[in-house]
Design a protein around this ligand. Sequence first.
Ligand SMILES: NC(=O)C1=CN([C@@H]2O[C@H](COP(=O)(O)OP(=O)(O)OC[C@H]3O[C@@H](n4cnc5c(N)ncnc54)[C@H](OP(=O)(O)O)[C@@H]3O)[C@@H](O)[C@H]2O)C=CC1
Ligand SMILES: O=C(O)C1=N[C@H](C(=O)O)C[C@H](O)C1
Length: 244
Amino acid sequence: MISVAVIGAAGRMGKTTCDAVEAAADLTLSARIGSGDDLLAGLKGAQVAVVMTGPEGVDDIVATCVEQGVHAVVGTTGWTEAGLAKVQAALASKPEVGVLLAPNFALGAVLLMRFAAEAAKHFESVEVVELHHPNKADAPSGTARHTAQQIAAARREAGVAPSPDATTAALDGARGADVDGVRVHSVRLRGLVAHEEVLLGGPGEQLTIRHDSFDRISFMPGVLLAVRQIAGRPGLVQGLEHYL
Ligand SMILES: NC(=O)C1=CN([C@@H]2O[C@H](COP(=O)(O)OP(=O)(O)OC[C@H]3O[C@@H](n4cnc5c(N)ncnc54)[C@H](OP(=O)(O)O)[C@@H]3O)[C@@H](O)[C@H]2O)C=CC1
Ligand SMILES: O=C(O)C1=N[C@H](C(=O)O)C[C@H](O)C1
């Protein structure tokens, strides 16, 4: 039995995670931790924490998990370099603890990133569009940043030139954000959950790779897989693809 504390338990992802943990025969939900709760008390007895808070203060939460010897499976996006450094510093004193920062736990999204990185080596142009519900805190999405970074790395390694672009934007933001040289566009629309398209263009053709999460249950197989594996994967890992 693995005992699991969920941090951000009252949120959209937190609630779905608590349900998934409670439904799993090999896991036990040791604590539901919300924003007003005592984190140290909530972590007592937990082997793994699943962190599904917003971006504000998430670095301190994960560093506290590490200091307490609790492995952290983290879905929260919107990480800064300073936040990552704080977690790395905590891990330096507890190298046996595992931290997984996974911008997307849906298997289809992980595969989209892999396929997009492969395809981007063969097309002149590539841009990323992410589409989410309007309550999302951060932009671009963690998934889109991770996708763009993987695309950029694959194109660099293959010696592909930057996507051609002769446009001068008349308004700030008209061409989206620049993530490692890849344009990323963020749509926020009532009715959506989490969606992403990678558009790839070559002379006379286009390839579109799209993933849709219609329900937050799509993230749960990845969350549970990570909870089951993390004790055997010490240190900081970024991306669920490293667990598959
Ligand atoms: N990796 C993945 O596959 C996925 C990641 N996400 C990411 O997960 C995160 C959460 O998303 P979502 O569930 O939609 O957001 P919500 O706003 O619905 O939930 C966040 C929850 O965290 C709580 N919270 C905030 N600060 C703390 C704290 N210090 N301690 C404990 N709880 C806290 C909030 O409580 P309060 O309201 O009281 O502040 C709220 O209940 C986002 O960063 C999102 O991008 C989302 C979907 C999939
Ligand atoms: O906030 C969300 O909803 C989501 N956040 C993650 C992200 O930023 O990529 C994962 C998924 O897209 C849903």
